[in-house]
Write a protein that binds this ligand. Sequence first.
Ligand code: GLU
Length: 509
Amino acid sequence: MSNRVRVRFAPSPTGGLHLGGVRTILYNYLFAHHHGGQFVLRIEDTDQNRYVADAEQYIYDCLEWCGLLPDESPLKGGPYTPYRQSERKPLYYQYAQQLVDAGYAYYAFDTVEELEKMRHDLKNEHNPNPQYDHKTRMQMRNSLSLDPKEVVELLNKQTPHVIRIKMPHNKTVSFTDMIRGEIHFDTSLVDDKVLLKADGMPTYHLAVVVDDHLMQITHAFRGEEWLPSAPVHLLLWEYLGWKESMPQWAHLPLILKPDGNGKLSKRDGDRLGFPVFAMDWKDPKTNETTTGFKEIGFLPQAFVNMLALLGWNDGSGQEIFSLDELVQRFSIDRVHKGGAKFDYEKAKWFNHQYIQHAADELLLPLVKPYFEKAGISADDAYMLQVIGLIKERCTLLPDFVQQGYFFFHTPKEIDLASIQAKWEDRKKQFFESWVEILQSLEQWTHDELEQSFNKTMEAHGLKKGDVLLPLRIMLVGGKYGPGVFVIAEMIGKAETCNRVKAALAQLGN
Ligand code: GLU
């Protein structure tokens, strides 16, 4: 493939961006970059009833956060501007008209009531869901069933009407999906979809074909839920005379619930306690906020890596890939046909890997807001040291607060019960004398601290197993954290001594 590769992500701005949508973006991006082609973002906002304000901006924000920026878009412009379908409205009519003139489409004047009546009257056990199709169209009010003179009159009077495709009866249409291979459809099963609405706005079906053609799209990747629309699109490509340049299609597998039972939905996330959207999404209609991967503490690189593997692998067993590596290795024919089960534990594993290996400087600006929210402030040098010490213990960004709190403040709670269980006089005496010795320690380094600790311990006839964990709990609050003498070095002499003394006071005799 040459530089001609042009792919597009064509979202309808109707709400938050689900994992599946971001994965479609990612596969488009990887494919385009792999082939040195262009990645186009086209906003498909022709369905004004489903339009949600803010949803378009939200898409840009997600693309930005993931680092998957398009080469052409409504914001960036490009050679095929405008990239927002509502702004392309005047352009579609001529194609709908061309289809009518050639006999592939027709005017339909039916009112909402008439359509409802048809669905009601024609409903029977053989046809539980009557649709506007080859079986019913001649009983409806359209340019196929009405007298031509009447049609002209209705048009002259500007009677509201739509344009529908005339789906052929008993025809098989086929295409080769890049993931699924040959796919055939029986056109008799498909209804006469509306192509142009009464207000002159195209429907998705017409607009997607016209724009993929005009924007010279070479490959179109979309979720498998769009497969049932494929026969309509195939016929439109043919009827408009563009069949030779139809993009190659790939219908991407669904992302499934963790148990593999059906498509992963926002509700599953709420129910099982994990995010399904890329970023926080506040529904302007309900004011309800759905948590995103970003806000729950994922690094975008980890999120993108995890998504890439949700339905694709390079066959080598490798799981950690930088974006550049993904670009190099990605191929659409290695995308699985079957749905990919979402596994939140695995998603967190990816994040943990990325946090562990990320430079402390990269983590600092990401972690700082969480620290600040918890009332923690310190100079950058100190924060960087803390980050370096605890990052291997952090899975999500907010974990830094929990894992690092004691470096900045006296712990709110001390697990005294764990010390108390094996507390004895000897230990108390040991800690009292060690705190004294600390006053005259020459250098406040973890090595010096450890040496003085060991010496005092031996002098009291104690072993590490007796006193090391109590010291940790006194300084940290619980049984976690990096090396205890490093902690003491970091928090300083006064704070170390205070914490030990405070614990001793509470432990009593
Ligand atoms: N506008 C469609 C959507 O919202 C795009 C489907 C396609 O890519 O053809 O997903």
